[in-house]
Design a protein. Structure first.
Length: 71
């Protein structure tokens, strides 16, 4: 599945407001509290990077960005 250009795939590592409904519902995730340690799709304009780290994936030789975000 490809994402529309105005959305980005993010992982949820910390939940502050757990009762917020995610933008793209799945059978497993409806609110942010259910998305902890999973990936969700979020509107790109609502994601702001506050820190990032670069990693090199040795299996694919691709650079992976680990981005800490705030909404």
């Amino acid at each position: 599945m490809s994402l529309p250009s105005n959305f980005i795939k993010v992982t949820v590592e910390k939940v502050v407001y757990g009762d917020v409904v995610v933008f793209v519902l799945t059978s497993e995730v409806i609110i942010v509290a259910e998305a902890l340690h999973t990936f969700v799709v979020w509107p790109r304009h609502l994601v702001r990077a506050i820190d990032f780290t670069l990693y090199l994936c040795t299996n694919t030789n691709r650079i992976i960005y680990h981005i800490y975000i705030t909404f």
